[in-house]
Design a protein around this ligand. Sequence first.
Ligand SMILES: [Zn+2]
Length: 249
Amino acid sequence: MQFFKRLEVSLRRFRNRLTSYFYWGDERFCPCCQRGFSKFLPAGTGKRHRVDAVCPFCRSRERDRLLVLLLDSRPELFHQALDLLHFAPEPSIQMYLATKEMASYATTDLMRTDVTFRTDIQSIDLKNESYESVICAHVLQDVPNEAMALSEVHRILRQGGWAIFSVPLRGAETVEYGRAEIVRAAWDGRPHEFLRQYGLDFVERLQAARYDVEVIGAKDLLQSSDEVVRYGLGNDVFTNVIFFCRKQT
Ligand SMILES: [Zn+2]
């Protein structure tokens, strides 16, 4: 199985290099892989179809590039003693993090095997105050007990530590489905997806979990609408936001 996994990764890298050649240019720029392109690839189907969405080289999506732009705007977050725990790590964000100086970097996931260790975010197998920082993007919509997950991340953060959360947002209010919208077959290793549809009131859930929260969008990080387009952040500009949190004392 390991052989086939390595083969798949190699083939994917070859495809990405080949694709990026056909999109040569500098009209678009990906901050994750630091490369320019003529345009980004489309993504999604039906109502969720988006143009200018996926980086031809590192496959970053809008939310990955927004998160990296936020990190890039705050160099003070990175220092020699920083330790960072990254849930469900996105390869494009990892590509960016590999360029940063820090003491330790660990990845974790409930199901994946290509991580430092596996754990359930609702019951994290770590001591209190183990990490200074956490990145957790597009995970919570699939977690049954969201309040427990937020509490567990809070528990493993050190005082003054930071966590970045993002969730797929639609509208103002969160809607709990009561069951998964996407149900996987028993043989599928991936968890069921979309137990709830998040709204901007997610900020209140974070505050209830004892985080100080900043809500940050593309317009907070970029100078003009031209830059929003250049970084491929024009899709869902009003709902594609990041929640930057500090652990309350
Ligand atoms: Zn890229």
